[in-house]
Design a protein around this ligand. Structure first.
Ligand code: ZN
Length: 87
């Protein structure tokens, strides 16, 4: 059970990017460099850049977090991009 969770977590970028144009590249990066934290983050970022979640990750630093679900939001955002709650 724990191993399955770890495997799913490891391949999270590939899972997110599986229906993207760069799905193969994302998977290969995830597979070969995912064990390095940088490779895993890069694969996750790559998988997200064609999705609406990319700005959320890019502005996660100075942004705020949704009080309901904990999703990072953009500083200028008024609504949570994940659950729609008013920030
Ligand atoms: Zn939320």
């Amino acid at each position: 059970m724990g191993l399955l969770v770890l495997v799913l977590l490891y391949f999270l970028p590939a899972i997110i990017g599986h229906n993207k144009r760069d799905a193969l590249g994302i998977f290969l990066l995830n597979f070969f460099l995912g064990w390095t934290i940088i490779g895993w983050v890069a694969a996750l970022f790559w998988a997200c850049t064609s999705r609406s979640c990319a700005p959320v990750f890019m502005f996660a630093g100075p942004g705020r977090y949704c009080q309901q679900c904990g999703t990072p939001t953009m500083p200028a955002a008024r609504f949570c991009s994940s659950c729609g709650r008013v920030i």
